[in-house]
Write a protein that binds this ligand. Structure first.
Ligand SMILES: [Zn+2]
Length: 475
């Protein structure tokens, strides 16, 4: 392929590679003249839709229902929960005029939808019979990012934000819902073969207006950390600010407990980053817009007929396409490899004569010859093997890049040498966390409450029950 069309940057130069791959694989067009706003190309948008279909099925299967709430939020509603307001200060786009006319009330372009939804929950929820309420919506949201923007990973218009919001009678039910939210995202990322670590956010970093939250993190190829998803227990703070009350079975009016959780196209950005290589994208079957590309070698009629016959057999089960364009086979191989198509079938006179097919799998960049009998069964088992391979690569990557250390000095040296995520024994004191953060010049990510620790805090030497995880989160 020509320099103009093919990849020219190696993945070890991650930042540049990433920008090149999202452009050349036709995920987004980054030439739109507004910082942090990108145009989605049909190929990229299809992958994104397929990805969101997976999480939608998960949410539906756990009893969530889809809704839609407006983009514009009146300023008076947006400012009802004070911590939330403070948390989003400086990040919101505001509309103050329509044409030349000054608006009576300032409007906010939603940075997330808690406030707009809870204003209406106040009207919807009357009795214990209305609970639990479990809804979600998929919308664009706007945040004025001041850090350097990057397609899919850090943008000012998030094109697909899938946010779920739930309301419950008791605190226990809300805790259980947080567990369910975590389960949903685990299933989702497992289906994408994407690795993650789930951590409970330290108190001082908790989502604005929330009781506690869990975050899913992934380590990127540049050894920095990306937050993939958040699952948040809001407690009763929003219910009190928005006066959401229900009449319980005992006849008393009570404030309910709320949770929310969300993901965005960032997950696709993480997947592209995690699995791509020097030749371009590597996509799992679950979200590949084209799962199988059939390439005729030569232009003999019987080769084309065989290609069409295979397409007919496969198209009921898979997203399949024949590339019968006039380009050379080698060009086509490179092109579809760049786009991350998981499986390629090559058919030429040689294959016809041998009654075989040449199969190329993108995840391993390996070719093999197979008999053309039982093709569907073969592809299904190949899909399983691709998933297994990608999941293994992801888990191995995370394992290799999380470092346990037990002194501050060791933590500092280890981070300097390796980056990634550093794990240290910690006494739960915020002052100690700040000392560790300052020494390593990175941020706290959180703790894993399921993990036991019997070591001494690296900052103060006191006996510790937890480990603190730290890393750099530039995205
Ligand atoms: Zn300490």
């Amino acid at each position: 392929m020509s320099k103009e069309l093919g990849m020219t940057t190696k993945k070890k130069n991650f930042s540049k590679w990433y920008l090149e791959v999202v452009k050349k694989a036709e995920i987004v067009d980054t030439r739109y003249p507004l910082q942090g706003a990108h145009v989605w190309m049909p190929y990229g948008f299809k992958a994104l839709k397929l990805m969101f279909k997976i999480v939608e099925e998960e949410l539906d299967s756990y009893g969530h229902e889809e809704t839609y709430f407006p983009t514009l939020i009146p300023g008076s509603i947006f400012s009802k929960e004070k911590n939330f307001l403070r948390g989003f200060k400086g990040e919101c786009f505001k509309i103050t005029k329509a044409g030349e006319k000054k608006l009576e009330e300032e409007l906010i372009l939603r940075p997330t939808s808690e406030t707009v939804m809870y204003e209406i929950f106040h009207l919807w929820i009357r009795s214990w019979r209305d609970l639990p309420l479990k809804i979600y919506q998929t919308v664009n949201i706007f945040r004025y990012e001041t850090k350097m923007t990057k397609p899919l990973l850090r943008v000012r218009e998030i094109v697909k934000f899938k946010e779920a919001h739930t309301v419950h009678k008791t605190a226990e039910e809300a805790d259980k819902q947080v567990e369910e939210g975590i389960k949903i995202y685990k299933n989702f990322y497992d289906k994408l073969c994407l690795p993650y670590i789930i951590l409970k956010t330290p108190k001082w970093d908790t989502f604005a207006g929330a009781e506690y939250n869990y975050d899913f993190f992934i380590i990127m190829p540049d050894k920095n950390v990306l937050e993939l998803a958040s699952v948040i227990n809001l407690g009763q703070k929003f219910a009190k600010s928005f006066d959401i009350k229900f009449e319980d079975q005992d006849g008393r009016k009570k404030y309910p407990y709320q949770t929310c959780y969300g993901i965005s196209e960032r997950s696709l950005g993480a997947l592209i980053s995690m699995f791509g290589d020097d030749s371009g994208l590597i996509l799992p079957m679950s979200i590949a817009p084209i799962q199988i590309i059939i390439i005729p070698i030569g232009d003999e009629k019987k080769v084309m007929d065989k290609c069409k016959e295979l397409e007919k057999i496969l198209k009921h089960k898979f997203r399949v396409k024949i590339d019968d364009s006039a380009k050379r086979p080698g060009f086509k191989f490179n092109y579809w490899e760049l786009k991350g198509v998981p499986i390629r079938i090559e058919i030429g006179l040689k294959e016809l004569k041998e009654k075989k097919l040449t199969i190329f799998r993108r995840d391993k960049n390996e070719k093999e010859k197979i008999s053309n009998k039982n093709l569907i069964k073969y592809i299904h088992s190949l899909e399983k093997d691709i998933n297994k391979n990608l999941s293994r690569i992801g888990k191995q990557w995370m394992k290799e890049n999380i470092y346990s250390t037990n002194t501050l000095k060791d933590a500092k040296n280890t981070y300097k040498k390796n980056r990634g995520i550093i794990k240290v024994p910690w006494c739960n004191n915020e002052k100690c966390a700040k000392k560790i953060e300052d020494t390593l010049a990175i941020s706290s990510l959180g703790t894993n409450p399921g993990e036991k620790c019997e070591e001494k805090c690296v900052a103060c030497g006191k006996k510790s029950k937890t480990y603190l995880y730290l890393g750099k989160v530039p995205y």
